[in-house]
Design a protein around this ligand. Structure first.
Ligand SMILES: [Zn+2]
Length: 207
């Protein structure tokens, strides 16, 4: 089980240009719903679920070697989005996730990419930061509307909080072999002995 606090806690994040910010309000464990995926996980689990994703599509969309997600009920997430009015410091308006993925181009600085049928991946139209994944078909297995938040879009302070760590790796069999080795074995797996050691002992230069 995750070492995430069993008390209520709040995580923050958003896009690079700060046009879009979000707040994830995680209630105390006793108020978190059990997720209906016992067959998949072999046990009852509670949100948030934090995981790495090796599928090719998520890798391409993110542009990162490995995508990371934080999955939770949509009603835990509040979005604050600045308008496109061109003001120097436009105030942010609060939205829920459904509002976000229904945003019309040009009204808000949100672009919703329909990557596959029933899937919406909102990203910031100003800076390009990928923010979330919403899958309509998930309702068939889980009546609670869920959203996957791009883990890397969380603020550094939130990512460094105890327990905010990936617990599992999804789509392992779809992954690129050397990326999987890099994630599980560390940097020596990609360079081996052929690369000179950095003075700090690592084989990939740390700068
Ligand atoms: Zn942005």
């Amino acid at each position: 089980m995750s070492s995430l606090s069993q008390d209520a806690l709040t995580l923050h994040g958003g896009c690079d240009c700060t046009s879009i910010r979000f707040t994830i309000s995680i209630p105390a464990l006793v108020s978190r719903p059990v997720l209906p995926y016992p067959d998949l996980f072999g046990a009852e689990i509670w949100p948030p679920q934090i995981f790495l994703d090796h599928c090719n599509k998520c890798r391409r969309v993110s542009g990162a070697l490995v995508q990371g997600w934080l999955t939770c009920p949509q009603d835990w997430v509040e979005w604050a989005i600045k308008s496109t009015s061109g003001e120097e410091s436009p105030s942010a308006t609060k939205f829920n996730t459904v509002d976000l993925i229904c945003a019309k181009p040009g009204v808000l600085p949100v672009v919703n990419y329909a990557s596959t049928e029933g899937v919406t991946r909102p990203f910031c139209g100003r800076c390009g930061t990928n923010l979330a994944y919403v899958f309509e078909g998930r309702k068939e297995k889980n009546p609670i509307p869920m959203v996957d938040i791009v883990l890397g879009s969380l603020d550094t302070e939130s990512l460094e909080m105890p327990g905010v760590r990936p617990e599992r790796q999804f789509y392992w069999n779809s992954g690129v072999e050397w990326i999987k080795r890099l994630v599980t074995e560390g940097d020596s797996s990609v360079g081996g002995e052929k690369l000179p050691r950095h003075p700090d002992g690592s084989r990939m230069q740390v700068v």
